[in-house]
Design a protein around this ligand. Sequence first.
Ligand SMILES: Cc1cc2nc3c(=O)[nH]c(=O)nc-3n(C[C@H](O)[C@H](O)[C@H](O)COP(=O)(O)OP(=O)(O)OC[C@H]3O[C@@H](n4cnc5c(N)ncnc54)[C@H](O)[C@@H]3O)c2cc1C
Length: 486
Amino acid sequence: MKNKLFIIGGGMGGISAGLYLSKSDYEIHIFETNSNLGGRANLLDLDGFIFDTGPSLLNYPWVFDNLYKFIGTSLNEELELQKIDPAIKYYWPDGETFQLSSDLTKLSQECIRLDSRDGIGLLNFLSDGRKKYSISFDNLVTQNTQSPLKWFFSAGLKNIFKLGLFRSMESQLKLHFKNKKIIEAFGSYAMYLGGAPHDLPGIFSILPFGELEYGLWLPKGGMYKLVESLEKSLIKQGVIIHKNTKVKNIIKEKNHVKGITLINGKKLYCDQIISNVDLPTTMNKLLEDKKFKSPKMTPGVITYYLGINKKLDNLEHHSVFFPQNTKFAYEEIMKNNNIPEDIPFYISVASNNDPSLAPKNKSGVFVLIPVPLKNKDYAWDKMSEHLLSKVLLRLRKHKIIINKEDIISKETISPKKWKDLFGLHMGSAFGASHNLFQVGPFRNSNKSKKYKNLFFVGASTTPGTGLPMCVLSGKMVAERVLQNNE
Ligand SMILES: Cc1cc2nc3c(=O)[nH]c(=O)nc-3n(C[C@H](O)[C@H](O)[C@H](O)COP(=O)(O)OP(=O)(O)OC[C@H]3O[C@@H](n4cnc5c(N)ncnc54)[C@H](O)[C@@H]3O)c2cc1C
């Protein structure tokens, strides 16, 4: 009889772990509480408007390609990918904009338009980013080690200082760019990592670099097509999927785990467990570990899915709207637990590039507003209406007109709902944050310290948040499980 391996949760990390282990001798079972796999990367069909609940952009396509290649296929064979270019448009209250593109000529012209010195700055940024990116991905990101020394030195002593680990992301960007708005645009990636650009390490300037170098993509039919295709692959590889199956706890005995108890009380036994449930939730709820100290988490989000009764040709696929004082807004959200008066937000209109995502001559608009984690138990119904009004007002300033009457379908996911739907610790949208003390060997490990056959996968363990990182997390945990058998 085959040894059994249980994966709790069918988010991207769980899916990837299942696939990366599917050639091993284990009988693999995935237990997912919801009726769909994908976790945060889920699907919403609102009267013919098709929305991705969470991820709206696919970056680092090579990570997905490697996963598909591992099981004998490729990203291009499985999905029709559309390149999104221009990639992201940034807006400021004074009417200024900055348009990101992975077309170097266009991007360079755009940088020079804002500051004549920033054309050269862009070239320097790209060349520096390329070095950092390759040092990081070749040596650091996917290394399963708990030893800081081993981790640092695997990059090579002289490379460590090239990474910008010991300066902030903002200072790193200032080395290359003069224009405050360009720095703000590239720095805005920090929020998804759980910090402000003046707080997070400079190494994270590889994020905007990675997007420029490898482009931003959308699978035809939306991001959820990726999950559907991976689910088919899981089935093909013999992984057994149990949907609508909530795990209540993990059965422990001394320093081993023995199996799981389902919410209906049924006990199931296995040889190894990988939990894809957000790591702090696994520790607090599934293991009832009272000593677990929660990591610092990324902020929450409130997200809106709006079916609009007209085409919105003057909105790009991805747009970010900055407030008057971005630094203040970051501090309010991430340090002071307040929703600032002047809110930053992100909008995606995927139906502009893929008309199959909305009924004819209509648009599907996704709005994401970051909100504090400790959000004072806001009455979210009221608050969500208030915030949406602010968004519509701000859009109007940029001559993007959406009247309330234009909204013919609407769904909102509050931080509380995000928490309840997917078991996200405190409702944090992106998992554990990525300050210097929560990356690499300092991040919560993917192997339990206490239970020899318990592992973790997903955004709150190594390497970090975002779909590509969760796919890599699946690869890393698969290595751990297989090493455990040696
Ligand atoms: C609004 C938003 C926008 C985002 N945008 C992007 C983007 O554009 N690009 C990008 O790359 N990333 C984006 N991300 C991040 C990305 O979605 C996540 O990093 C990634 O999906 C997390 O995957 P995970 O492996 O941690 O699993 P999760 O998504 O956390 O899934 C965990 C799974 O476990 C299940 N589960 C929980 N408790 C139990 C239980 N007791 N029993 C059984 N099952 C259980 C859940 O239902 C869920 O399916 C976004 C996230 C959000 C929230």
